[in-house]
Design a binder for this molecule. Structure first.
Ligand code: MD3
Ligand code: FE
Length: 215
């Protein structure tokens, strides 16, 4: 029987726009630590690499890796794309941790599992410019984001010229970007460095689960 003093509240889900669901502190402290350990295992198998802009070869300010059947990569010659192997080790990506697949099942409202999980790392100076996620052949599935470590200021909206909505994303927050918001413009304007001790060297990690191909 449930303890009288236990507060078994359902997680908060805030609908920010049609299809855009924000679940603050969805992942509790204990599960965040377990997830950070899962991510450390992913990095051991698939080390960070520096994605580069197509044509110019300029480095993005985030470093990244992936897990899952497919991973997002970008370089000077090949541009933005999904690949089954790490660009440097040439090995397949490690599997998506079970804990993340569970969050997808609970939150994504999609019957098929994700095929890719991008892992982005932000130090205090990293940003992500306003963009759309449209490198996926199947845009019917949502993108699910989990934030770990330092907070950031996230910006989004339906058009480049109308992306003025701001949200502080904190460690443990989950965002689901589906339906009408799937092609929203979004970016990370600022990282609040040093606010969290979850990650050993500090910084912010964002995990995004995606379906790439039609199932
Ligand atoms: C809104 N990552 O990897 S996650 C990316 O925090 C990316 O690392 C950011 O944008 C980060 O592409 C933001 C939240 C997010 C992801 C996908 C979206 C927001 C989105 C797709 C459509 C609309
Ligand atoms: Fe994105």
């Amino acid at each position: 029987m449930r303890d009288l003093f236990e507060t078994a509240e359902a997680p908060t889900r805030i609908v920010l726009a049609p299809g855009l669901i924000y679940a603050p502190a969805y992942v509790d402290e204990t599960a965040q630590q377990a997830l950070a350990a899962d991510v450390a295992q992913v990095i051991a198998a698939a080390p960070w690499f520096q994605p580069r802009m197509p044509r110019t070869g300029h480095a993005l300010s985030v470093k990244m890796t992936n897990c899952g059947a497919l991973g997002w990569v970008s370089d000077c010659d090949g541009g933005y794309r999904y690949e089954a192997t790490h660009p440097e080790t040439r090995r397949p990506w490690p599997p998506i941790p079970e804990r993340l697949l569970n969050i997808w099942c609970e939150m994504a409202d999609d019957p098929h599992p994700p095929q890719a999980c991008l892992v982005n790392f932000y130090d205090g100076k990293a940003r992500m410019g306003l963009h759309q996620d449209r490198d996926e052949a199947d845009l019917s599935a949502p993108v699910l984001s989990v934030s770990l470590g330092d907070s950031c200021l996230f910006r989004y909206g339906p058009r480049r010229s109308a992306a003025a909505n701001r949200l502080e994303l904190r460690s443990g927050d989950v965002l689901v970007l589906g339906g009408a918001s799937r092609l929203y413009y979004h970016g990370v304007d600022k990282v609040f460095a040093g606010g969290s001790s979850l990650l050993p060297g500090g910084g912010r990690i964002n995990l995004t689960l995606r379906r790439v191909m039609r199932p």
